[in-house]
Design a protein around this ligand. Structure first.
Ligand code: PHE
Length: 339
């Protein structure tokens, strides 16, 4: 029996030494020390021994068991250490490596120009007002002195949703919404998206951006409009910029004008940007029509005002010499990165 124990011990220790994983160790533990293990079997046979043999063999058997347990635990620790070291060296990071290059984004040129325009007007005391893009016919046309069947409705090819609801074709409805909400003195700008059913080409887009301006107070004149637009044009296009008013017609302003700025590339002599004209049209403007004021319960005998509408694409394309509006919507990074 003594030899048997010795042999079990040697076998077990050899197996433990060769084990390469925790699960292999567990299989060895079960094979020797488990209920059906070979050491357990030997211990069961001890009942057949004589009374003086039993304690001697018992002692040896306990030592063998203790040695096997110790070897299992040592090997287990060694395997766990090795596993951790392997993992750590596989996961090694070189903190001196350069980082991945994340390309930097920036504001879209249209948004940059809108912000620049807003900054100029707010520095002159304007507030910023907002209005819905899905608008009532009433605000987009009716309240702006454009009754049903008025030809001006045809010149702005409008996307209708129902008979009464449409996608606003201009930012002018915000004038009316502002005057309904607020008593004079009023001084607001309102930038935003507008919609017209135009086919997309180099100069047209079914969605584009305008900025509306509205001033209403006692004693406001066309001179105020001119002075304010001149200040704006100088800030936007350079100190030597001049403006010129050409007579025009809008149903909601009287008198009305289209406003040009002197070409800031050639200074008015005529060049490619201004197509030889020396002037570039950037906005429509005029004195708010008495009918529009009256419809908002503002007495035209007491108050007067002016309004203007600027195309943000127009200003952006002029300022940067962009000759195709589609470049502003395609989001080609090579284009956008230039701003
Ligand atoms: N809403 C006009 C347009 O889209 C522009 C405009 C605004 C004209 C305000 C006069 C006053 O053409």
């Amino acid at each position: 029996m003594k030899e048997q124990l010795q042999q079990i011990k040697e076998e077990a220790l050899a197996a433990i030494g060769g084990a390469e994983s925790g699960s292999a160790l567990e299989r060895i533990r079960v094979a020797y020390l488990g209920k059906k293990g070979s050491l357990t079997a030997v211990l069961r046979g001890m009942g057949a021994l004589s009374a003086d043999q039993r304690p001697v063999i018992g002692q040896i058997a306990n030592r063998v068991r203790a040695e096997i347990e110790q070897a299992l635990s040592d090997r287990g620790t060694a395997l766990a250490d090795k596993e951790q070291n392997d993992r750590l060296s596989a996961e090694k990071l070189d903190v001196t490596m350069p980082g991945a290059d994340i390309p930097k984004g920036g504001a879209h040129p249209l948004y940059q120009v809108e912000r620049e325009m807003s900054d100029i007007f707010t520095s002159m005391g304007f507030d910023v007002a907002d209005g819905p893009e899905v608008e009532l016919d009433y605000y987009n046309f009716q309240a702006l002195n454009i009754p049903e069947n008025h030809p001006a409705r045809d010149t702005q090819d409008t996307f209708y949703i129902t008979d009464r609801i449409l996608l606003r074709s201009q930012t002018s409805p915000v004038q009316v919404r502002t005057m309904e909400r607020q008593r004079p003195p009023i001084r607001v700008i309102s930038p935003g998206r507008v919609y017209r059913s135009d086919a997309l080409d180099a100069t047209h887009s079914p969605v584009f951006h305008q900025m509306e301006g509205l001033v209403v107070d006692k004693g406001i004149t066309m001179g105020d409009l001119k002075g304010m637009l001149e200040t704006f044009a100088r800030h936007m296009f350079g100190q030597s910029t001049r403006i010129r008013f050409r007579p025009h017609h809008f149903p909601f302003t009287e008198p009305s004008a289209e406003v040009d700025v002197s070409c800031f590339v050639c200074g008015g002599k005529g060049c490619r940007l201004c197509k030889g004209e020396g002037w570039i049209e950037i906005l429509g403007a005029g004195m708010v029509h008495p009918n529009v004021l009256r419809g908002c319960d503002i007495d035209p005998e007491v108050y007067s005002g002016f309004a203007f509408g600027l195309g943000i694409e127009r200003v952006t394309m002029t300022k940067y010499g962009i000759d195709d509006i589609r470049l502003l919507y395609e989001n080609d990074k090579r284009f956008l990165a230039q701003f």
